[in-house]
Design a protein around this ligand. Structure first.
Ligand SMILES: Cc1ncc(COP(=O)(O)O)c(C=O)c1O
Length: 399
């Protein structure tokens, strides 16, 4: 008999918030797509071809040789000072390094924000659709999450004002959004900041993809326009490597101490070794040389997917956007189709994607789906999109 088969003798009572913790639909799907032979457009993983392994090997050796004891010791919760300074320097507005908190990925930033700003029943405003991982981070705090109408230019500011209520904050991804790949226009950013000021509505700006633009950089961040009213979340996951689990947040002086205390309780500090390695790698303008190579690769990958979509999906009634950066393309199936129902049929034929429904706080658009264009080869993109188109064709309503 295995221990799990024993009758329970202890009265474990789970907290109410535990009921709000659900497995990420995406992770469940990813398990299936790890099967050999599946072409997966489902994951949100950066291309491993972009990881600067040699630079890290060198930095690792140097950190251990010059500061091994410091790197392996407990450290301050705020983060390694030279890294906080490097973050402050690289952001496009005047940031005091004291306002920078190094986090264990920007996902931890979302968790800390949730703990510090959300009470049970608090209203939280999000775009439609929004990042699933944020919905997961907020859910245990028992908020009322309200989706704000959004279009190709980003959030509908009038709808935001209408839904303000007593919302604690508006969570927003202005650049190459996950899941839609869309970017908020300059006009919309200005209108949003003005409205946030008028309504005294705090903004939580999440920007892990902002550096991954293809033809031109996106407009300035919201936080650069309104630092006192915004918390900014950044990440090293998409420009260096996600396995480092390093991100950062920048918060106004009256909010930062609480975020810091929440972090102390969560994990004391993010790994000092990793922070030193990243600080080392960032020296001498490394990102200015490295990030353009990621942009070039992802740009070519996006073009390969757009060309395949054009070739295979035209005439099927499928719609899709043209993301100006990032990792994702957003598509919409013909009327009467449901992406969640289509997924097992696509996987059967060897291709996977993420249905859009889990990314909606409110009523989902069941026809939507997210396609990552960065982790497959261009040959796999061509084959995978052809397979997906054939699956759609064979499942069109009325066939
Ligand atoms: C919008 C968004 N925010 C935050 C994260 C978390 O990133 P990390 O914790 O690796 O910095 C992701 C990861 O995919 C993301 O897409």
């Amino acid at each position: 008999m295995k221990p799990d088969d024993l009758p329970p003798t202890t009265g474990w009572t789970l907290a109410r918030r535990a009921e709000r913790m659900n497995p990420s639909v995406i992770r469940e799907i990813l398990k299936v797509t790890e099967r050999p032979g599946i072409i997966s457009f489902a994951g949100g993983l950066p291309s491993p071809r972009t990881f600067p392994v040699a630079a890290f090997a060198e930095a690792c050796e140097k950190v251990l040789r010059t500061d091994g004891q410091g790197a392996l010791q407990y450290a301050a919760s705020e983060g390694y000072r030279p890294l906080r300074e490097a973050v402050a320097r690289q952001l496009p507005w005047a940031v005091d390094p004291e306002q920078v908190l190094i986090t264990t990925g920007s996902q931890q930033g979302l968790d800390l924000v949730a703990k510090v700003l959300i009470d049970s029943g608090s209203r939280v405003l999000v775009e439609t659709p929004t990042y699933l991982g944020a919905l997961q981070a907020f859910a245990p705090m028992e908020p009322e999450v309200v989706g704000v109408a959004s279009d190709a230019e980003g959030v509908d500011v009038a709808d935001l004002a209408a839904r303000r209520g007593g919302a604690r904050f508006f969570y927003v991804l202005p650049n190459f959004q996950n899941p839609t790949g869309r970017t908020m226009s300059e006009a919309r950013r200005e209108a949003l900041v003005q409205t946030a000021r008028e309504l005294a509505l705090p903004i939580v700006e999440d920007n892990p993809y902002g550096d991954l633009w293809f033809d031109a950089p996106p407009p300035a961040p919201l936080t650069a326009r309104h630092p006192e009213g915004s918390i900014y979340l950044g990440s090293f996951s998409k420009v260096l490597a996600p396995g480092l689990r390093l991100g950062y947040l920048v918060a106004p002086p009256h909010v930062l101490p609480k975020l810091l205390q929440a972090k102390q309780a969560a994990d004391l500090h993010s790994p000092g070794f990793n922070q030193r390695m990243v600080a080392e790698v960032l020296q001498d303008g490394f990102l200015e040389r490295h990030v353009p190579t990621i942009r070039a690769l992802y740009h070519a990958q996006r073009d390969a997917m757009l060309a395949a979509m054009e070739r295979e999906m035209r005439g099927l009634g499928v719609q899709w956007n043209v993301p100006a950066g990032g990792m994702f393309l957003w598509a919409r199936l013909p009327a009467g189709m449901d992406a969640l129902a289509l997924l097992p049929r696509a996987v059967e034929r060897g291709v996977a994607f993420v249905p859009g429904a889990p990314f909606y706080a409110g009523e989902p658009d069941a026809r939507t789906l997210r396609l990552s264009f960065v982790t497959s080869t261009t040959e796999q993109v061509a084959t995978g999109i052809a397979t997906l188109a054939a699956t759609i064709r064979d499942n069109l309503p009325g066939t």
